[in-house]
Design a protein around this ligand. Structure first.
Ligand code: SAM
Ligand code: SF4
Length: 424
């Protein structure tokens, strides 16, 4: 979550949702519903991170870590009543994702209470996927067992690297040996496991990266997310790079590292299903689909974003201001915007081109019912464009001949170029 908040208008009254929030999906069907909950605390702030997170756990009434769940309860109840007033049908959450920050800075009992709140306010589908993010340093065996007992099904650990000097430059606090231990505890508790890796840290060699990949495949989680390090303006790492204290990562190096990740993970039985995500068959993160396939979701917690129908909303960012609004009975929404058809279509293309299924070329002539829509012919103006992308090795030839735009390995490194070409 970037610190920059979008520009948009506040909601009227205590937080009345606009009528466009009730819009069905473009194909007329009811959108599935998901919940994201943002926990804004970390023990240490990593130098590269610009997420909405704070190391002060005692920010004041309602915003302190000990009050967090109580305050969140106020937001979720207000969200439910705003949805009722707008006539938005309440649907049980198909997926819940507790992210941060570091959700496991809170006791496991608080995270279980959050899930109870989701059940109370929206309902929870019987086979819901319920994930929490965790820092390897902020979990213990009993806490993971309590999460599983309370209804969590999945845990995603921020591993980042297995190499001590890389962890150090990223300002991570855990020892490499901690990761297999926490994954083992999670597994024994019956939780599905995911590991996050970052490549391209200053000073990370190709050998270092291969060591991290080997460590991951050795640990064998169900799911792996692999991110290129983004050095966001304003972070401590950005200043260090600007001052020349840390080297800038090389673009070529990044491409090689992505290819290394794909080769190692594929060989170990993982399949890519989105540019940054690999899973064992059946272990794909369903929550991600909420974002990629245009579902509705409520994002609770400071700075969290929500998406309902044709409306995007974002919460007040600072926990003190967020808690203050909730304490006066307001929905803590800082702004909202109604998404027009053009932006929605561009977003649909940008997101679905990142998926293994790709996008139906026929659907590119205008809004359609989603990335799996597969009828009709490639619009004539795109025929030479697609041929060019295939010739450049960016789109898969076989898929294109069956009417789908599916990125090749090389194409995955240049997804923005492909999107631009397909939307020209
Ligand atoms: C909220 S954190 C995960 C949980 C916990 N806070 C942790 O870091 O262990 C989400 C993930 O985003 C990724 N991330 C954060 N900042 C990033 C950046 N600037 N570039 C690339 N990945 C980043 C990291 O892989 C991190 O694990
Ligand atoms: S622990 Fe996670 S959320 Fe917290 S600062 Fe580090 S990467 Fe960001």
């Amino acid at each position: 979550m970037s610190p920059a908040q979008p520009v948009g208008s506040p909601l009227p009254g205590m937080g009345e949702l606009p009528q466009q929030a009730v819009a069905p999906a473009p194909n007329g069907s009811e959108r599935p519903f998901s919940v994201y909950l943002h926990v804004p605390y970390c023990r240490v702030r990593c130098g590269y991170c610009d997420f909405n997170t704070y190391t002060n756990l005692t920010m004041g009434q309602g915003a302190s870590a000990k009050d967090f769940v109580g305050t969140l309860a106020g937001e979720l109840r207000a969200a439910r009543s705003a949805m009722d007033s707008a006539g938005l049908p309440v649907r049980p959450a198909q997926t819940v994702f507790v992210g941060g920050g570091t959700p496991t800075m809170l006791p496991a009992s608080d995270l279980v209470t959050m899930l109870d709140l989701v059940r109370e306010c929206f309902g929870l589908a019987p086979d819901a996927e319920v994930t929490t993010e965790a820092n390897p340093d902020s979990v213990d065996e009993a806490g993971l067992a309590a999460l599983a007992e309370g209804g969590f099904t999945r845990v995603s650990f921020g591993m980042q690297s297995a190499v001590p000097h890389v962890l150090k430059v990223l300002e991570r606090t855990h020892e490499p040996a901690r990761v297999p231990r926490v994954v083992d505890w999670a597994r024994r508790a019956g939780l599905s496991t995911s590991l996050d890796l970052i490549y391209g840290a200053p000073g990370e060699s190709l050998e270092d990266w291969q060591r991290s990949l080997d460590a991951v495949t050795q640990i064998g989680p169900d799911h792996v997310s692999v991110y290129a390090l983004v050095i966001e303006e304003g972070t401590r790492m950005w200043s260090q790079v600007r001052r020349g204290e840390l080297p800038m990562p090389e673009d070529d190096d990044e491409a090689t590292k992505y290819e290394m990740a794909d080769a190692s993970l594929r060989q170990a039985g993982y399949e890519w299903y989105e540019i940054s995500n690999w899973a064992r068959p059946g272990a794909e993160c369903r929550h991600n689909q909420a974002y990629w396939l245009d579902w509705d979701w409520w994002g609770g917690g400071p700075g969290a974003h929500s998406h309902l129908g044709d409306v995007r909303l974002w919460n007040t960012k600072h926990p003190v201001a967020w808690a203050g609004q909730i304490s006066t009975g307001h929905l803590p929404v800082a702004g909202h915007e109604v998404i027009d058809a053009g932006s929605r279509e561009l977003e649909r293309i940008m997101l679905s081109i990142r998926l293994r299924e790709g996008i139906a070329l026929a659907s590119l002539s205008g809004p359609s019912d989603g990335p799996l829509d597969d009828v009709g012919a490639t619009p004539s103006h795109l025929v030479p464009v697609v041929a060019g992308l295939v010739a450049d090795g960016l789109l898969d030839d076989g898929a294109a001949s069956k009417g789908r735009a599916v990125l090749t390995l090389r194409g995955r490194l240049m997804a923005d170029t492909v999107t631009r070409a397909l939307t020209q």
